[in-house]
Design a protein around this ligand. Sequence first.
Ligand code: SF4
Length: 246
Amino acid sequence: MELYNTIIEKIDGMLGSSQPRRFDYDPAKCWEDVGGNQLVMMKEAAYELGGDNKPAVNYACVTSTDGFADRDEILVYGKDLKEISGSVPFARIAVIKVKELSGENEDDTEPLFRAIQDIDFVKYHVYPKGYMIRSSSDSFREQVRVSKEAVKKGITFEQVGNSYISQFKKNPDILSVKMIFLTIDDADYAEMKKDAKKVRDITKTLSKILEGMATDCHSCNLREICDEVEGLKELHFGKEKKEFKG
Ligand code: SF4
């Protein structure tokens, strides 16, 4: 499934000038998870990622193409959690590789659909202790309040990234995940925000198509995104043909 590939291809060009720290996925190195919503009060907070109206972007792209996310890894651009002392810009980007969709049977869209559903599920089901995530799907923001206690205990993006990846990997259709965390100043957060919106639009359209909506492009309110993103129309009409045959 290549619907998000043009967005994934842009990522490397938006990450600023610094070299990342890279960590292989290690499920033994997840940060403690509290298993549900938590409250980090302002007086307990060390700082906020994306605080003081700084950028705070989040999106996740799914692909089955080789070369984008071939292994489970965590990349950190900029200061790590235990090195930050005040509000910083923030982005978290996930690139998720799913099983290849061969196009030869009726269930080809299922791994993709499940992976996409899992992205939202995982987004709202990771609760690292002392790392309070506040998301807004309308503005694509993901702001994080980090507690003084977590910083004192040495919380890192490696550990938080491992927590996310271990959740994703509960889905057998997900082969590997690249988690990118950014806190540097010179990344292109404005462009990332645009791509976060585009990802949301593609995912919404895809969900509608997979739900089996009507097929008249002229009267469809999703036409703009289908005209822009290669593969959506083919997916819709390919699916209709299979259902008609079946
Ligand atoms: S392919 Fe046509 S009918 Fe299907 S979602 Fe896109 S615009 Fe709508």
